[in-house]
Design a protein around this ligand. Structure first.
Ligand SMILES: Nc1ncnc2c1ncn2[C@@H]1O[C@H](COP(=O)(O)OP(=O)(O)OP(=O)(O)O)[C@@H](O)[C@H]1O
Length: 371
């Protein structure tokens, strides 16, 4: 039998994952109605990303799940058992939840080892020491067990915070923007390693983020929050391909947006005429075209192929793999933006033929009409 690679990290202890359910949860902070009827189930062992703009209520929902905040109405259940509701409130320390915050919240006067053992007070000393050591080794910080947090890098502090949250083997892990304090280069590797550990532990996890790409990288599913309401829940692919509304579409991709009215089963936009299947003639639509779905090739005169419109480059910016173009197009009140592969358009191109990939056109009934 092949032996395991010498440097394989020790494996993380497995938790007993719980299903976590929110039922019609409302939360008021005085006059501020922060959560407006949240109903959501996070399956046992699932990693769910709670995504939304600043102030949408992500942290508040996490605090309700942890028991740090008591909702105004509605219920929270773990494995079908009410942990917060009209008649029952289980305090945070009795919920088997692990918490990890954006600033890591390590105790500066405690060593790495003491920080991790902090959450293991219910265990016999020898057992706690063993569990803490296993958690430290799993995040690769065995050599720093006796160090104080201030000598650790940001990435190392993140790993201590992760080990501390996971050492008691919580049934549910709640992570509030756990990577936002890290620089971009470090973020990718720390995120991948964290994900690997969460998968090993099989803890039910909610990760709060305001970054759609991060949510797509991490989550089995994503729940998108806007102003205290969940606007859509699904896999990254589901949401990207079939966003529920313009807000969701705009959260997942950069868009060009036009207003149009359906006529003859289609809409006319500055980028061409697109089919409007499923909408009534006369309906007012918002047409969103992902910038990554707009293509441009140099125009050197003569007739243009069907399905293309002409535009003039007003600005272009090299971004490494891609290039961003700003295009003046007849009928468009704002510059049309295109995200093309870098190097595909001649440097001297000025006038271009623009085409749009059908899969990148999204049609929504205009808010004023659907209200
Ligand atoms: N303790 C509090 N007292 C009063 N209002 C609060 C309190 N905590 C949060 N809020 C308000 O509730 C709303 C949601 O805040 P929350 O922190 O949950 O949003 P968030 O989506 O996590 O935002 P961010 O990404 O900026 O952290 C905001 O309007 C906020 O001002």
């Amino acid at each position: 039998m092949a032996s395991a690679p010498a440097k394989a990290p020790p494996r993380a202890g497995v938790t007993f994952a719980a299903e976590l359910t929110f039922e019609g949860v409302h939360l008021h902070y005085g006059p501020v109605h922060t959560l407006k009827g949240i109903s959501l189930t996070v399956n046992a062992g699932e990693i769910l990303c709670l995504l939304g703009p600043s102030g949408s209520g992500k942290t508040s929902l996490l605090r309700v799940a942890a028991g740090l905040e008591r909702q105004t109405s509605g219920r929270v259940l773990m494995n079908g058992r009410e942990v917060a509701g009209p008649g029952r409130f289980v305090p945070p320390e009795k919920r088997s939840v692990g918490l990890m915050f954006q600033d890591f919240a390590l105790f500066p006067h405690m060593t790495v080892s003491q920080n991790i053992r902090f959450g293991l007070t219910d265990m016999a000393t020898a057992v706690a020491a063993g569990e803490a050591k296993a958690a430290i080794d799993r995040v690769g910080l065995g050599h720093h067990a006796g160090s104080y947090p201030d000598v650790l890098s940001g990435g190392e502090q993140q790993r201590v915070a992760l080990a501390r949250a996971l050492a008691p083997r919580p049934s549910v892990m709640l992570m509030d923007e756990p990577f936002s304090g890290l620089d971009t280069r470090l973020k990718d590797s720390v995120r991948a390693e964290t994900l690997a550990i969460l998968r090993e532990m099989r803890a039910t996890t909610i990760v709060v983020t305001h970054d759609a790409e991060e949510a797509m990288r991490l989550g089995d599913r994503i729940a998108l929050l806007d102003a205290g309401r969940i606007v859509q829940t699904g896999t990254a692919e589901d949401i990207y391909h079939a966003p529920a509304n313009l807000f969701v579409a705009g959260f997942f991709a950069e868009l060009n947006v036009f207003d149009a009215r359906v006529g003859g089963g289609a809409v006319d936009t500055p980028l061409g005429r697109f089919p409007a299947t499923g909408f009534d003639d006369g309906a007012k639509l918002t047409v969103a075209v992902r910038t990554a779905g707009v293509d441009a090739s140099a125009y050197r005169g003569g007739p243009t192929p069907a399905g293309t419109v002409l535009g003039r480059i007003t600005a272009r910016r090299f971004l490494g793999v891609t290039e961003q173009l700003w295009l003046a197009v007849e009928g468009a009140t704002a510059p049309v933006r295109a995200r093309i592969r870098a190097g595909e358009l001649a440097r001297d191109a000025r006038d271009v033929m623009i085409s749009v990939r059908p899969g990148d056109i999204l049609l929504f009934e205009s808010a004023s009409e659907s209200a």
